[in-house]
Ligand binder design. Structure first.
Ligand SMILES: [Ca+2]
Length: 297
């Protein structure tokens, strides 16, 4: 094993100033054009702190040295996440969803990331003609971005393949995440599709924007994907990514989303549930400050 044991307290002390003043810990993005802020309300006051990691999260990452940064940290996290990963079958995701997110936003069934619907297992798609008809398994990092193959483990990765309304999912298709101006579709949970309003995107291109309360969740899923599959995707150059590398405009925006929508208890508990099924977990949910030690995803 390439990593050595270091007590987790070292890492926790090292990042304490970051936890206290999160904004000051954001990486230097000098030279990148200004991106649109999330929303005036989100800009008005500092966000609440991230939820503390669970005991399972602390134990899981305790062997990651607190001194590692950048490629060293990415390499150590990649080795652990890939080595521990026990993929479910794609078919098993539906039943896995039943044990995730219980109680989130008042949903004791299957929590939907693209709409406000709270689903029962029987409502899995199926055909749909409108929002609310059924839910399916959405690759939040679109599968076309790695060439569409169904081989392990990205195609059924429980961190990133999320329950989502089939109609809204189809509406997003493979659009990159981004702030939207003048949406041409808005779902029941406030997800929007329409013209991108983010510096660095191609003129006239469309984006898909989750509601503010989920922006950080998506950012952390993307950071996980970049690390878990670092060096594993030989395809493709897309508007937001190149292989498993997140392009600068997208990364700048996701880091803003990560700070403005901190980890809450629901997201943290979901990570524990994922770990129970898949045997790996999202490090950026347990330790949001890991992002300050990685200059480039
Ligand atoms: Ca959130």
């Amino acid at each position: 094993m390439r990593v050595r044991y270091t007590h987790i307290i070292v890492a926790r002390l090292a990042v304490l100033p970051c936890l206290l003043i999160l904004a000051s810990c954001r990486p230097d993005v000098e030279g990148v054009p200004d991106a649109r802020p999330l929303s005036p309300a989100a800009d008005a006051s500092p966000p609440p702190p991230h939820a503390a990691p669970t005991a399972a999260g602390i134990a899981y990452f305790s062997e990651i040295p607190g001194t590692l940064v950048d490629d060293g940290l990415v390499g150590a996290l990649h080795a652990k996440l890939a080595g521990d990963h026990q993929s479910l079958s794609f078919d098993a995701l539906y039943s896995a969803y039943e044990s995730l997110d219980a109680g989130r936003d008042g949903c004791s069934g299957i929590y939907d990331f693209y709409s406000s619907k709270c689903w029962t297992p029987a409502e899995a798609c199926g055909n749909y003609t409108q929002e609310g008809d059924c839910f399916n398994r959405e690759h939040s990092w679109p599968k076309s971005w790695w060439g569409g193959g169904t081989g392990p483990d990205q195609h059924e990765d429980l961190v990133a393949v999320i329950p989502a309304d089939g109609y809204v999912n189809n509406s997003r298709s493979q659009l990159p995440l981004g702030a939207v101006v003048s949406p041409n579709y808005t779902s029941s949970n406030g997800s929007k599709r329409g013209l991108c309003n983010v510096a660095g995107t191609a003129p006239g291109s469309d984006c898909f924007e989750p509601p503010d309360s989920l922006k950080g969740d998506f950012a952390r899923i993307y950071f996980y994907m970049a690390v878990r599959y670092e060096g594993e995707f030989s395809c493709c150059v897309e508007p937001a990514v190149n292989g498993a590398d997140i392009l600068p405009w997208q990364e700048t925006m996701l880091r803003e989303w990560h700070a403005m929508d901190p980890v809450d208890i629901d997201e943290r508990d979901r990570n524990d549930s994922v770990f129970g099924l898949q045997r790996n977990r999202n490090p950026f949910v347990d330790f949001p400050e890991f992002t300050t030690r990685i200059a480039d995803f």
